[in-house]
Write a new protein. Structure first.
Length: 176
């Protein structure tokens, strides 16, 4: 969130892809953002996000869409700020996700992904192995994170913020 605040959020429209329970966009709405659209593939997460928006008296400023962003993106309005928190690692074809989401972004584009270190690479690859072994419907993907970064830069953005924890890398870009 800190990196998104490198640019003003007041009066901005937010697109939160893979929004979960909506904590990121609801926080930005409380800080003065105009509207937020949350998209998630989990109906349960969206139901919880709607309840939280209602409890925080932000219901009129929010819109929620059930589905995979790539599949529903044509019906989504452009936004000033787009956020993909721990989402890119859920897509096998990250280039299509980046194409679709950057096309909807007017100014600020923020992503987080697993940090490129031996601990996270091992944890993700182990999870991928077991998910495939047990034929789970879903498994994460370990991408070439440098290529993901280049992909975003190639779509007309420049990096304005980078920070990490032991497990996660946060990158915020601004349209040039």
């Amino acid at each position: 969130m800190e990196g998104v605040r490198k640019e003003p959020v007041a009066s901005k429209d937010i697109l939160d892809i893979g929004c979960g329970v909506g904590s990121l966009h609801l926080t930005l709405l409380k800080e003065g953002a105009s509207t937020a659209t949350g998209i998630d593939i989990s109906e349960g997460m969206l139901d919880h996000a709607k309840r939280l928006a209602d409890e925080q008296r932000l219901k009129e400023k929010t819109k929620y869409v059930l589905g995979d962003f790539v599949d529903v993106s044509e019906g989504i309005d452009n936004a000033d700020i787009t956020m993909l928190d721990k989402v890119v690692c859920c897509y096998e074809d990250y280039a299509t996700l980046i194409d679709s989401s950057t096309a909807k972004t007017k100014h600020v584009y923020a992503i987080s992904h697993p940090k490129k270190n031996i601990m996270m690479a091992s944890a993700f690859n182990l999870q991928i192995f077991f998910a495939k072994f047990f034929r789970d419907a879903f498994h994460p993907f370990w991408h070439d994170w440098n290529d993901v970064h280049r992909c975003i830069l190639d779509r007309g953005f420049r990096l304005i913020y980078s920070n990490s924890t032991l497990a996660w890398q946060v990158l915020v870009y601004k349209r040039i």
